[in-house]
Design a protein around this ligand. Structure first.
Ligand SMILES: Nc1ncnc2c1ncn2[C@@H]1O[C@H](COP(=O)(O)OP(=O)(O)OP(=O)(O)O)[C@@H](O)[C@H]1O
Ligand SMILES: [Mg+2]
Length: 148
């Protein structure tokens, strides 16, 4: 966020390259982004909402439809298959365990997220911190990519 001459606004890095199919990124990056999408409750990670950084790693853009209040139409991310029913890489688990649930909840509440949205994110964070994501902390469905 920045304070501009006409009031508050936001800036983001420009990502130079289009996105690739999930399988064209490394397994570690697929798991990193899949875990991010799971914890944040991403409902809109279609192929145009991932781009590629200059180092070849994926960049998650357009994250406005995350942290849902409830099941809705389900979580949607091309990167979720990389995390389901397989142990998470140690690097992913370390990154998840460095996140503070209290800090996440505080930031979400400050930005107006509902109690249900906060509780859901904390449950998914806890599941990811176990090192094994099965979807057990998400009460809804997982949208088939063809549904889009
Ligand atoms: N950080 C970025 N760097 C480079 N290009 C970007 C970035 N953010 C967005 N874009 C480009 O702008 C397009 C639209 O951005 P974004 O997905 O955030 O908006 P949107 O309103 O959801 O549009 P859409 O309906 O196409 O998804 C992206 O598909 C991408 O091509
Ligand atoms: Mg978009």
């Amino acid at each position: 966020m920045i304070d501009g001459p006409d009031g508050p606004g936001s800036l983001q890095d420009h990502v130079p390259e289009p996105g690739r199919f999930a399988d064209d990124y490394t397994t570690l990056d697929r798991q990193m982004l899949g875990t991010l999408d799971y914890i944040t409750g991403q409902t809109d990670r279609h192929e145009l909402n991932v781009m590629t950084q200059s180092d070849g790693r994926p960049a998650a853009i357009d994250n406005g439809l995350a942290f849902p209040d409830g099941p809705g139409d389900g979580l949607r991310s091309e990167f979720l298959p990389a995390v389901f029913d397989a142990p998470l890489d140690d690097h992913v688990v370390d990154a998840v365990r460095r996140l503070s649930p209290d800090t996440l909840a505080t930031i979400m509440r400050r930005h107006g997220c509902s109690v249900a949205a906060v509780d859901g994110a904390l449950a998914r964070l806890d599941e990811a911190a176990s090192g094994f994501i099965t979807g057990r902390a998400w009460p809804g469905r997982f949208s088939r990519l063809e549904d889009r």
